[in-house]
Every structure is written in C-alpha cells, then in structure tokens.
Ligand binder design. Structure first.
Ligand SMILES: NC(=O)c1ccc[n+]([C@@H]2O[C@H](COP(=O)([O-])OP(=O)(O)OC[C@H]3O[C@@H](n4cnc5c(N)ncnc54)[C@H](O)[C@@H]3O)[C@@H](O)[C@H]2O)c1
Length: 373
C-alpha cells in the first residue's frame, strides 16, 4: 500500500534570475515544498518569494537557524557558492549548489569534506544530463548504437556576452569565462555519459583586445577580462578515451558541433548541453546523412532544478542521488586543471573522480505518487 507522506521542506538562498526557473520546475514535484527563501537582499527574496507563493522570506541567518528545511538550494552568485554552501552544511542541512560548485578547488573540496563530516548529502548543478537528449544518448551508448567508443569532442564557441548583457563584467572574472560559465555543461555531460577524466593538457589565454559593452547604459564602455576567454585542450578519460575541448568567447562564427561522441559504428551528435531539449543525431559508419534518434519518454517541464528534485526523491527513498557533489567537484577539478596545465605548460593528472550516474528510469518522474511505499 502506498502511504501518503508529507512533502520534504526545502529552502532556497539566492532569489535572483535563475530562481524563477527553479521554482517553476520544483512546483511540479509533490515530494517537496519550498517553505522558505532568503537573499542578502531581503526585499528581492520577499518579492520573488511572494510571486511564487513561498510562505516565508527571511534573512540568510534566519533560514540557516530554521529547523524545517532538510535541503537548501544555493542559487547565489558563483563567488558566494562556497561560503553560503559551507554555512548550509554547518547547519546540518543537505546542500544543492548551482554551478560551479565553487570557484576554487580547495573550497570545493572543503564542501565535500564538510558534507561527509556532517553526514548530510551534497549535490550540484548542472543537471541537464537528466534531460531527454542526454538520457537518450546514454541509452544509445549503453546499447552499443555506435559500437566501441573511440573518442569525444566538446565545443562551446561564440562571441562574448558583453555584446548583449548590459552589465557583463562579472562574466569575465575568475569563476566565470567561457569554461566555468558554459564549458561546465559540456564537461558535466561528458563525465555523466563517459565517466571521469584522468588527465588534461591545455592552452588558455585572455584575448588582448578589451571587451566593449554592446547594450544598456554602459554601451561603448570597454573593460579588460580577468579570466581566460579562449581555452583549447585535450582530455584523457579514465577509460583511456581521448577527448578534445574548446571553449571560447573570442569566436565570431563557427560550425563546430556542441558535443560529438565517436565509436566504431558511428557518431552521436548532441544538442546544446546547457538545455534540456533538442535532437540527438546519429550518423552510422558509411552513412551519408544524420538521423534523429527517437528520444526516451521525458518530463515535458524539465528545467533547471530537476537535479535538486531528483535529490529529494533519493533522500526520501534512501538511495543515491544523481547530480552528486562528487561530480560537481570533479568537473571543477577538471576546469582548474586545464588552467593549471596552461600556466605550467604540462599535463596535469586529476586527483578526483566520480561515479557515472545510473540512467533515469524510463518515464521518470512519476508525479502521481510518492516514491516510498
Ligand atoms: N541566470 C541564469 O540563466 C543561470 C542559468 C544557469 C545557472 N545559473 C547560475 O545560477 C546562479 C545564480 O545566477 P543568477 O543569474 O540567478 O544570478 P543573480 O545575480 O540574478 O542572483 C543571485 C542572487 O544571489 C544573491 N546573493 C549573492 N550573494 C549572496 C550571499 N552571500 N548570500 C545570500 N544571497 C546572495 C543576490 O543578491 C542575488 O539575488 C549562478 O551560480 C549562475 O551561474 C544562472
């Protein structure tokens, strides 16, 4: 017999832009309820909280002292992820951080250690690997659709966000740039589908030309980037598979794909890994054209926050969650190692690793009933 259980109380710290996307995703899940939110800017928390019917908007310290939330979702800016995340864990609550887990390796490692010490779970974005294209890719790879794997290539190349964002300086600070802001999605996809990375080598550079703001009150103002704007490198996966990475905001135009996975019988081409939708395409060995791989049944309202919702289900069911802190840390470690390799002009071996997550059950999520019987 299925026993109705109360929803798991959840809190959110950081009620800026992305919080609305999270709240839309989370409200589809009867297994959880966002009961409290906080922000360093309390007025913002109040306004966004009332827009989404969150019962309480409070200062951060009050949320941390509140015994009710079992999981806190940290949607603050990257530079605050480590400090806010550490406070959540210290309060004895499970933590789900937006990406990147932290902006420095030591701070990310400290979060994993703090979670282990407190005996609570830690999870982290990106969670787009739970979306239909990537779950379809996972099943295609596991079923041998492209044969024995031979390599992987990931690309995120475009012009910089200073062209369209009215206040873009933060995109060019440490903790952002094309690698930490967008490459993080590609690397999370790669690691989720193919397993951990063992070593990297790279060349990374800050383009010498100043960035010129293209819109808003600061239009025409120029500023200097403080983090690499073009990163080109190679990845050696723990499985032995060779990989290529390029992330750049210095590319006017390109015809590079997002992610390609190569095998003895064909190539898989994935859509933008920062999204939950798009077609997965396959081109078999000897074929002249690409064909769309029929997608696995998927959650129509998939969006950012899915990883946190899956984490709550896992907590309730007493099983491992999929968007783990270990993977978020491994991806942070890869990104830091790419920069280190470029600075030190050598290959860098990674000390961290992570599990390849189980594919989602077909038809997940079952929103009609609880996961516990
Ligand atoms: N905006 C997007 O589309 C998007 C997409 C994917 C991921 N993200 C990630 O989500 C996170 C938030 O992005 P955003 O676009 O919502 O940023 P934002 O600047 O709009 O919102 C961040 C919020 O965090 C609050 N904040 C900052 N420091 C804090 C602290 N120490 N304590 C409490 N609150 C604090 C700010 O006041 C602000 O309300 C970032 O990590 C970003 O990488 C954003």
């Amino acid at each position: 017999m299925t026993v109705a259980r109360a929803a798991t109380p959840v809190g959110i710290i950081g009620m800026g832009n992305v919080s609305g996307v999270y709240l839309k995703t989370l409200r589809a899940f009867p297994t959880l309820e966002v009961v409290v939110c906080a922000d360093i800017d309390l007025e913002r928390a109040r306004a966004q909280g009332s827009r989404f019917g969150i019962p309480r908007a409070v200062p951060v310290a009050e949320l941390l002292a509140d015994p009710s939330p079992e999981l806190v979702i940290n949607l603050t800016v990257p530079a605050a992820h480590a400090e806010v995340g550490a406070a959540v864990l210290q309060a004895g609550k499970a933590l789900y951080n937006e990406k990147p887990l932290a902006i420095e390796r030591a701070a990310g490692r400290a979060l994993l250690d703090a979670a282990a010490g407190a005996g609570v779970r830690i999870g982290g974005a990106p969670d787009t690997f739970l979306g239909a294209p990537q779950q379809t890719a996972r099943r295609a790879i596991d079923s041998g659709a492209i044969g024995e794997l031979t390599g992987v290539a990931i690309f995120s190349t475009r012009e910089g966000p200073e062209r369209w964002h009215p206040n873009p300086q933060f995109f060019f600070e440490p903790g952002a740039g094309p690698l930490f802001d967008l490459g993080v999605y590609h690397l999370t996809t790669l690691v989720s589908l193919l397993g951990p990375v063992a070593a990297v080598s790279a060349s990374a550079r800050i383009a010498p030309t100043p960035r010129v703001i293209g819109s808003g009150p600061q239009a025409g103002t120029s500023f200097a980037a403080r983090t690499p704007t073009h990163v080109s490198g190679s990845l050696e996966l723990a499985s032995g598979l060779p990989g290529t990475i390029m992330t750049s905001w210095d590319v006017a135009g390109s015809e590079l794909p997002w992610i390609e996975i190569y095998g003895s019988k064909g190539t898989l081409s994935l859509p933008d890994p920062a999204e939950f939708n798009g077609d997965l395409r396959l081109r078999g060995s000897g074929e002249k054209h690409w064909s769309v791989v029929p997608a696995v049944p998927a959650f129509a309202e998939a969006g950012r926050g899915l990883g946190a919702a899956e984490m709550v289900e896992a907590m309730r069911a007493g099983r491992p969650h999929r968007a783990t802190g270990e993977r978020a840390f491994h991806v942070l470690d890869i990104m830091c190692a790419l920069y280190e390799s470029s600075e030190q002009k050598r290959q860098v071996e990674l000390q961290s690793t992570c599990e390849r997550p189980e594919p989602l059950p077909l038809g997940w999520p079952d929103l009609g009933q609880d996961v516990a019987a």
